[in-house]
Design a protein around this ligand. Structure first.
Ligand code: N01
Length: 525
């Protein structure tokens, strides 16, 4: 086997396709029983895209675009899972995938110039190249409060949702966490539950998703503009259709600025974040204007003024953390059976047989939803014992934060490729990872043509990339917020920027320039 791809999410599936297309002998292993990655595990009620469905789907096949109709501007999880299953079957990839195999270790064998990959069932694979498409949000994180094993009700993490679902009808339910997942699930739990307590550690700047159905006419129109849509994704920093407004919001009259904000708030999707004024991400005064505007909209939607204040973030501005999109989230708190516990004032002490004990009392519960996020970006790598040259552990190499070259390779870890891993672009993830997957496939196929067996970046190239990654976040509003993008949500983790803030066009340019310059920064043998 020439290459093993780990992870059948949207990035891994395309990686499998493109390696296979280039004639590389490739296989894939996946921990789940089906394909989809994030869209397989996160099957909680309300899980859906907040990027436009047709910008998140694949662009590599005109036939696929012709035959797949998206039903909503922001498709729900079941539709996306169906789509990814369709792609896998449509391109005859399923035969290359082994399911229910979780990689526990991967060790570089310098003599054989191959990886030794061991799975939870004890199977051993020996690929020349190891391509990790593990996902940046796939290692679920739980609160550190003790006692969960004592709880006799039902519980689930949004990122590990049970296939059979959970029926909340007539139950007393707690949702812990108010990030994108919590904000999506809360209104749906509130609909069925007899009582809902939302445990909030930090409020977020949530704006309406304003989702709508895609009619056959709209789908035909999208198809007719697909080239244009692709071009827009390639020019956008986040790989989305949206680009920031480059004029200064601070130089505008207040009422003109406000009408822009009105339009953005009422627009579908993440336009408030991705199509806002550029200075909102860079200048605190511009950012303050947006936060004041959204706070006003929250106050208008929540009847109890004291509760509204608790739902308005005070510790960060809009966009400093990834803003969730919501559908009726704030209105839920006007309902008599829904209450909010701010864990800053009322910390959780422990889970008990019958619910949650806080410093102020006990909440009797039938079910608990953990919408408590993920050990982001590096968590999925840390769960595997990956060892490169001379037994060097990736966990140790990344102890102070991830170290990569171009977000694609790691010094000391030959023939290891990262797709959708640390220090590469997020946003509409497949728009960054299809570029990466094409690069990996071209590199591996090129090596085979030239008879080369090993590729590895130099330590100097890795250092240079880290400097570039860190320079990109400096001076932005994001730099000063505590968020999963810095690993701040995981107790004890050293603060390090885990992503790439330079945007997709610059990322592509950098990778292309190094490649065109004779694979600058790499050693081949
Ligand atoms: O996770 P999160 P998520 N006690 O880390 C709280 C993407 N996504 O699953 O903010 C109490 O954002 C934590 O509090 P704090 C998207 O990129 C996309 O919601 O750390 N609370 C926070 O409120 C997103 O950013 C979609 O103080 C605790 C929440 O739990 C990313 O995934 C949908 C706690 C975790 O929020 C992660 O989103 C869903 C504790 N001990 C997700 N520990 C789309 O729409 C943590 N929290 C496409």
């Amino acid at each position: 086997m020439d290459a093993l791809v780990v992870g059948a999410g949207i990035s891994g599936i395309y990686q499998l396709y493109t390696l296979n297309q280039r004639g590389v002998d490739v296989r894939m292993i996946e921990a789940g029983t089906g394909v989809g990655g994030v869209w397989f595990w996160n099957r909680y009620p309300g899980a859906r895209f907040d990027s436009e469905s047709y910008t998140y789907g694949y662009f590599f096949s005109p036939e696929l675009i012709e035959e797949w109709d998206w039903s909503e501007e922001y498709a729900g999880q079941p539709e996306t899972e169906r789509y990814l299953n369709h792609v896998v079957d449509r391109f005859d990839l399923r035969r290359l995938i082994t399911f229910e195999q979780r990689v526990v270790s991967a060790e570089w064998d310098s003599e054989a110039e191959r990886w030794t990959v061991t799975t939870s069932s004890g199977d051993v694979w020996k690929p020349r190249h190891l391509v990790t498409a593990l996902g940046i949000l796939s290692a679920p994180a739980f609160p550190s409060a003790p006692g969960l094993e004592d709880f006799r009700g039902e519980w689930a993490h949004t990122g590990l949702w049970p296939d059979e679902g959970i029926d909340f009808t007539g139950k007393k339910v707690a949702v812990i966490g108010t990030g994108s997942s919590g904000v999506q699930i809360v209104p749906l739990v509130a609909k069925d539950a007899e009582q809902l307590v939302v445990f909030q550690r930090s409020p977020n700047w949530c704006t309406p998703i304003n989702n709508f159905a895609i009619t056959p006419e709209r789908m035909a129109d999208i198809r007719s503009r697909i080239g244009e849509i692709w071009d827009a994704t390639q020019l956008s920093p986040s790989g989305s259709m949206h680009r920031p407004i480059m004029e200064s919001s601070l130089e505008m009259e207040a009422d003109q600025r406000r009408s822009h904000f009105d339009r953005l708030y009422d627009s579908p999707g993440l336009i408030m974040a991705l199509g806002n004024f550029r200075d909102v991400a860079l200048d605190k005064r511009a950012n303050d204007n947006v936060t004041a505007y959204i706070a006003e909209r929250i106050r208008a939607r929540v009847h109890d003024p004291e509760l509204a204040e608790r739902l308005i973030p005070k510790d960060h501005g809009f966009g400093q953390k990834r803003p969730p999109l919501e559908n009726g989230y704030y209105e839920v708190f006007n309902e008599p059976h829904v209450s909010l516990v701010s864990t800053g004032e009322e910390p959780i002490v422990r889970f008990t047989e019958t619910g949650i004990e806080t410093v102020h009392g006990h909440y009797d519960l039938d079910a608990i939803v953990f919408a408590t996020g993920f050990e982001a970006v590096v968590g999925s790598y840390n769960r595997i014992d990956i060892r490169g040259r001379d037994g060097l552990a990736l966990r140790d190499h990344w102890e102070a934060g991830p170290r990569t070259y171009l977000g694609l390779t790691v010094a000391g870890f030959p023939n290891l490729f990262l797709v959708g891993g640390p220090q590469s672009v997020t946003g509409v993830i497949p728009r960054a990872t299809d570029f990466q997957a094409d690069w990996v496939a071209a590199t591996v196929a090129g090596m085979q043509e030239r008879g080369e067996t090993v590729v590895e970046p130099t330590g100097a190239a890795e250092d240079e990339w880290i400097d570039h990654v860190n320079a990109g976040i400096l001076g932005t509003m994001q730099e000063t917020a505590e968020s999963w993008a810095f690993g701040s949500n995981v107790p004890g983790r050293k603060r390090a920027y885990l992503l790439y803030a330079g945007g997709l066009p610059q990322y592509r340019e950098r990778v292309k320039a190094a490649t065109d310059d004779g694979y600058r920064g790499f050693k081949f043998s």
